[in-house]
Design a protein around this ligand. Sequence first.
Ligand code: ZN
Length: 276
Amino acid sequence: MKITKQDLEKIGRFTKKEMSPDELYVFSLILCDNDIDRDGEKFTADSLEKLASLIIGKTGIFDHNMSSKDQIARIFDAKVTRAENRLTADGETYVFLSAKAYMLKNEKNRDLISEIEAGIKKETSVGCSVKSIKCSVCGRDIRSGACAHKKGEIYDGKKCCHLLCDPEDAYEWSFVAVPAQRNAGIVKAFTPAAAADRELEEYRAELKSGVISNAASLIPQTGRELINKICDSLHLAELRELRNSLKKDAERNSPLCIQLASPEKAEKETNSEYII
Ligand SMILES: [Zn+2]
């Protein structure tokens, strides 16, 4: 991708020294869209606009591998695009958030850059927090408990979903490697729904196993099947809250665990965090 003068100016806000185009590698990627994912949730078009401003300056990681600290790219530009000829599952004009990122063109990044160019690294995810999650039918915040609608069910001909509204922060974005043959190119080949679904599925499974293992030690009389059912009925944010509180209780009950536990990444206590 050719680096324009405007690109260089925007990148300059994040680099300590002025960079020449030869030192940089710039690529485009799509981060998320307004279609309903398998968890029955979607960003609104307004949320995407907000995310576009929040994501600028954020660094991305590859394959969720936090240890490869040198392999990072930073988003320096982002925009929301309307695809007038495409509709979402709930009949809205398809809107997506795309970004431009740069990384250093050095020896360490050489393989990664070739992979990006070959279309191997293409699926992305964004970690962000939202202020509210609203029911698409009645507009109530689903965390208020006042909404009786069910995700995925049809009301007046429209499928109910949860709207991720008012993003407050975007933490990071990441690139997930997939085989090159499946699709080619970064922007063109992007399948946001599939990427987001997998992320969410993995995240849900991780939270669930955390709940199950802590519940086994804290409330051993409660059957695993019941715990499973409870987990499945919870919203992702609620499941996360339950996992966190059980984990804290378990640590309190077991001083040895505290001693052995490695310092964990600080997690916000608000139940509004999402990995999308
Ligand atoms: Zn509702």
